[in-house]
Design a protein around this ligand. Sequence first.
Ligand SMILES: Nc1ncnc2c1ncn2[C@@H]1O[C@H](COP(=O)(O)OP(=O)(O)OP(=O)(O)O)[C@@H](O)[C@H]1O
Ligand SMILES: [Mg+2]
Ligand SMILES: [Zn+2]
Length: 450
Amino acid sequence: MYIPFARKYRPRFFREVVGQEVPVRVLKNAVKEDRVSHAYLFAGPRGVGKTTLARILAKALNCLNPADGEPCGECENCREIERGSFPDLVEMDAASNRGIDDIRALKEAVSYTPIKGKTKVYIIDEAHMLTKEAFNALLKTLEEPPPRTVFILCTTEYEKIIPTILSRCQRIMFSRISEEKIVEYLKMICGKENIEFTEEALRMIASASEGCMRDAASLLDQASLAGGDRVTEEVVEEFLGIISRSKVREFMKLLLESEVDEAVRFLRDLYNRGYNLNKFWEVLEEEVRNAVLFKSLREPGRVLDEPEVYSEFEGYPLEALLYIENVITRGKLEARARPPLRAYELAVVKTLIVKEIVPISRILETGPKTGEVREDPEERIKALVSPIARKAIESAQKRIENGKTVYEIEEDTYRTVREELERVARSVPEVEFRVLKKKPPPGKDTTSLF
Ligand SMILES: Nc1ncnc2c1ncn2[C@@H]1O[C@H](COP(=O)(O)OP(=O)(O)OP(=O)(O)O)[C@@H](O)[C@H]1O
Ligand SMILES: [Mg+2]
Ligand SMILES: [Zn+2]
């Protein structure tokens, strides 16, 4: 029979649990020092090891040959617990046993001492789903806990546990598992299952699981089935609908290069293949932010996981990245009010002007130094602008006014290059740009846009 990875590789010992260093240490020490509490509350996100640790604790408390707080995993009790047939371990799902009757039954059962082991363990999963009455009944039990009994309440919604219960339990907080640790765990599984993989593919899976180990294991499961025991970026992308960060960064480059046609095609392609565009946009937002941090921090390695990958953005001005960041954030807001594809396409179009963004520092660098012979200002400004703006400058009507060169540029052209020219005019004081208004066609009254 096929056992899914998430079940097959459930840790059996404290030492096998990934992450969760604090819970593991606290519980193991409690066992070692014989100071186990009567009631625990395990709180944290789903799929991060709550039930797993509850079972390990049950094993450690009932193991016939424990060593250093760890269960042996081989004695009769350990094996029965692993098989789910140990009479002194009761697992109850509060989501499906919500009523007071269930708790009453539980209370009755509690009055019996352990049948086989040393300690009776009750694991109450999804404890936040218990009804108020059930909570109250449980409270009584927790107030006067029967000897040799441990309750473990597990929950993903800590805030929903009432204070009276909270105050009677020792709280153990579980956290999401880091991407790095998930990747390590997936590698371990691949090793045991003889699955070939690429590092990036496992990274993609880890990132998509958002700290949930169960999701990571089952995504790997699906990917290895789909890929015939070869887990590559392509397989993960095609079968799991997860897009790689390197692909997101390719898209980012299209935006930085103002390759609007390509970028729109890229988006449509994702859309047609059924990807979740909002999710894609979120990753894009993150990657742009990472690139911005990479460019602005002196030691990006202290903040970013993989600073090297952002060196490909070294050549782009920070201003351009910040502009893109802004466009992306707005796109996200707009995607709430209209179909995401439209909102994102519009955002892409707004990046048309990115290529024209020249950092101020570069403008200042090209300015004349003291004692230098002044060069022709026209050559200077032409070196600072995009080809379109250069053409506009060349075809402008020029005259000198108060020692300044004034360029009069035809209205339609001016509109397309306005921002760029205004910026140049600010940094090169010898020039000025003006609109050359079109003569209104006879009989029509037109007002200027500017
Ligand atoms: N910390 C971990 N180390 C290794 N594997 C883990 C860890 N957490 C979860 N897993 C994997 O995920 C599966 C599910 O974990 P578990 O049942 O302990 O999650 P949970 O926290 O109880 O989640 P839920 O709140 O959904 O019940 C395990 O069988 C195991 O494969
Ligand atoms: Mg659980
Ligand atoms: Zn044992």
